[in-house]
Write a protein that binds this ligand. Structure first.
Ligand SMILES: [Zn+2]
Length: 63
């Protein structure tokens, strides 16, 4: 489960029922709800749209 920041709990929470979405600008984002209070959470993922899906936090692949 991806983690996001809940503004209501003011804490990092696992995003419940997270759904990956691609925004108009081509960026990916995770949309879900806080498992504690149910507030909608939105986490914007970094990276380029054209880049292949790479796990964030993993070792970057250098050419
Ligand atoms: Zn919350």
């Amino acid at each position: 489960m991806p983690e996001g920041y809940c503004v209501k709990c003011k804490a990092k929470k696992e995003i419940a029922s997270a759904v990956e979405e691609t925004m108009k600008n081509g960026r990916k984002a995770i949309k879900g709800t806080c498992p504690t209070c149910g507030t909608v959470m939105f986490k914007i993922l970094g990276g380029k749209a054209s880049a292949p899906s790479s796990a964030p936090g993993s070792t970057p692949s250098s050419p």
